[in-house]
Design a binder for this molecule. Sequence first.
Ligand SMILES: Nc1ncnc2c1ncn2[C@@H]1O[C@H](COP(=O)(O)OP(=O)(O)OP(=O)(O)O)[C@@H](O)[C@H]1O
Length: 346
Amino acid sequence: MSTAALQTQGLSKSFAVKRKDAGLSGSIRSLFRPQWEEKVAVRQIDLTVARGERVAFLGPNGAGKSTTIKMLTGILHPSSGEAQVLGLTPWRDRTKLAFRIGAVFGQKSQLWYHLPPIDTFDLISRVYELNRSDYLARRADLIERFELGPYLNIPVRKLSLGERMRCEIAVSFLHRPQLLFLDEPTIGLDVVVKQRIRELILEVNREEGTTVFLTSHDAGDMEELCSRAVVIHHGGILLDAPVDRLKREVLSRKIISLTLSDHFVPGMLPDLQGMEVLHSEGRKLKLAVDLKQVGIESVVSALMGRFKLDDMTVEDPPMEEIITHIYGSGGQRDDHSELGPLVGTT
Ligand SMILES: Nc1ncnc2c1ncn2[C@@H]1O[C@H](COP(=O)(O)OP(=O)(O)OP(=O)(O)O)[C@@H](O)[C@H]1O
């Protein structure tokens, strides 16, 4: 049996899409005499993920992330290429694979909306044919770990997004999956809840060796959860590198958003190398900080010395900005990138 959690060679997927000329006449023509063209969604993906590894699979909208995950979970057949997930070919052994993997989709719930989470636990335990006493012990452990006690008997529709996501992830661990696909697991959550969810996933990864394959538009998910980042663009792998290295070389910018007690007066801004005003309006101020030039602590204390603050948040730039930064505009790699070779650098 393969020791890798997943391995692909030349994995590719094309879709036949109808070509439509512009305007009403184009629409009518394509209705009666459709012309098809090939849309390559995923091209020649070679990827190996070791068991227990935590990989962020990133890319701008339309890059091919979902299509790849659909092939890796057996939902879609590839047009060409091979894949082995936990030693199985996903599209041939989909049911068998389903017993060994888990999936969490931030935008799509697997909890029954009108039922309390405890009922979903019961139903899922039957789907996975879990032994009753093992199931009850596992459920008790997950309830404690994810602190679900207060929500267990409340219909899911009445839970907050953060409470629901904690339940979603706990349920996905019920059958002890060896590999967990997480698609935008922290989307829409506040900073504190995001942090807690990341800690819980890390904890299970550490204790049970669960392989984590994550897609997210939140750089924090990659930074705090994953040790390796694979970036795809136009269906192909553009970068495969340790997250530590990306952090050093690319994630060196932070965005600080401030709400001041009084109107912002530009002259009051501390003069610090590496700090730039992105936007200001009334009492609101948004700054970018280059951590290679100045420490975040120095910036925060300088700002607190000059302004009376009502609120302050420190965030990563959006994923799209990070990817654009790596490759330059139009998805082309910036030749001055400090990242060195694009693939196989792990
Ligand atoms: N069933 C389909 N038929 C035709 N084209 C498709 C189909 N599914 C995906 N595509 C196209 O394949 C490309 C990759 O789509 P995919 O959904 O995999 O991207 P993604 O990286 O997951 O994007 P996002 O971050 O927006 O979810 C896109 O151009 C998309 O329009």
